[in-house]
Design a protein around this ligand. Structure first.
Ligand SMILES: [Zn+2]
Length: 113
């Protein structure tokens, strides 16, 4: 009785999964760091993380030399240097990054050959 009163809003642990999985996120704008076409919603994607370089969209940045709180204090220029060197904004994040897919290179110049 007490448990039901305190936990009635929690979801069931084994709740059924939705029949249709959510649609995949499709990038339509270039990442400000690596240039790959990975950012959805016309670039209006606050806190979205580029799956290629792992830069997090920071709408408060005013320039390439301003440290980004959302990106470990890195500036955009430092993050680009790291991506060129190791493939991700920080070397320790490299295992979580992935190479750009074919359609993601169409935006123009990217940091990837
Ligand atoms: Zn990126």
């Amino acid at each position: 009785m007490e448990r039901e009163k305190n936990f009635r809003y929690l979801p069931e642990v084994n709740a059924p999964q939705p029949a249709d999985p959510p649609p995949p996120v499709v990038g339509d704008s270039p990442c400000p760091c690596c240039g790959c076409l990975t950012i959805p919603n016309g670039g209006d994607a606050i806190a979205y993380i580029c799956p290629v370089c792992l830069w997090e969209i920071d709408p408060f940045l005013t320039g390439e030399e301003e440290p980004s709180d959302q990106n470990h204090g890195l500036t955009l220029r430092e993050a680009r240097d790291n991506v060129r060197r190791c493939g991700a904004v920080l070397e320790r994040l490299r295992p979580y990054a992935r190479p750009p897919e074919a359609g993601e290179r169409e935006a123009g110049p990217t940091l990837f050959p």
